[in-house]
Design a binder for this molecule. Sequence first.
Ligand code: CAA
Ligand code: NAP
Length: 247
Amino acid sequence: MVRKIETSRVAVVTGGTRGIGASISALLHKFGYKVAATYMGNDKAAEAFREKTGIDAVYKFNVADYDACAEYIARIEKDLGPVDILVNNAGITRDAFLHKMTPQQWQEVIHTNLDSVFNLSRLVVEGMRQREFGRIISISSINGLSGQVGQTNYAAAKAGIVGFSKSLALEVASKGVTVNVIAPGYIDTDMVRAVDATILEKIVAKIPVKKLGSADSIARLVAFLADDDNVFITGATFNINGGQYMA
Ligand code: CAA
Ligand code: NAP
C-alpha cells in the first residue's frame, strides 16, 4: 500500500492527460506532488482532465522535439520549481507487419516513444544530480519484452527504454537518482481500444486473469517508485500484465 505523503516535490508526467498518464498525474496530485501534465494535441481531453483533477499545470508540446522539450521544461521549472520526478509516459502505436511498414511509421514511433525519453531525461538529469535527488520512471511495454506481431517499431522503442534506463541508473546511482521502468500488459485505454475487436478478443483470451488491466494499477507503482524512501530500487523493470508474460 502506498502511503499518503506530504511533499512539495515536482513531478512531470508526459502524456499525462489521458489514459495511463492521467491516472498517474491524478494519483501523484492526490499524494501532494506538484504535477505538470503534458500532452500533444487533444485539447478536449486535456480540458476534461483539468476540470476533473483540478490540476492546472497542463502543457502542450511534442515530446519528440528536443527544442520544444527544453522550452517547456524551463517553463515548468519557472512555474512549479525544479523537476524531482520525471514520468516518461507519452507514447503512440503505428502498427503494421514489417513487410508493409513505411519509414514514416517506423520513425514516428521511434521519435515519440524513444527519442522522447532521451529528450526529457537529458533535460532534467543535470539538476537532479546537482540536488542529489531524482526519480525517472519510464513506461515501456510487455511487447518490448515479449515481441508482438505488427510492432517491430513499437517493440524496438520499448526495449530501447529498458537498455537506456539500466545505463542511466548506473550513471546516477551515487547521486540520489533512481531510474526504473514499468512494462504494462494490455491496459484499458484508448490505445488498446483502437485494436480491432476480433484481435483484441484473441489477446484478452491469452491473459491469465482474463481481462484488461486498469491504468490505476500502473499509477500505484509509479507512486511507490517516486517516494523519497525508495532509494534502493533502481535499474529495475516491473511487469504488470495479469500474468501474460513472466519475464
Ligand atoms: N495477437 C494475436 N494475433 C494477431 C495479433 C495479436 N496481437 N495481431 C494480428 N494477429 C493475427 C490476426 O488475427 C490475423 O490472423 P488470421 O490470419 O488467422 O486472421 C493475422 O495476425 C494477420 O492480421 P491482420 O489480418 O489484421 O493483418 P493486417 O496486415 O491487416 O494488420 C496489424 C496487421 C496492423 C498488425 C493488425 O493485425 C493489428 O493491429 N494487430 C494488433 C497488434 C497489437 O497487438 N498491437 C497492440 C496495440 S496496444 C499496445 O501496443 C499497448 C501495449 O503496449 C500492450
Ligand atoms: P493513450 O491513451 O493513447 O494516451 C497517450 C498520451 O500520450 C496522450 O496524453 C497523448 O497526448 C500523449 N502523446 C502522444 N504522443 C505525444 C507526443 N508526441 N508528445 C506529447 N505527448 C504525446 O495511451 P496509453 O494507453 O495511456 O499509454 C501510455 C503509455 O503507456 C504509452 O507510452 C504506451 O506505449 C504505454 N503502454 C500502454 C499500454 C496499454 O495497454 N494501454 C500497455 C503498455 C504500455 P494527446 O492526448 O494530446 O493525444
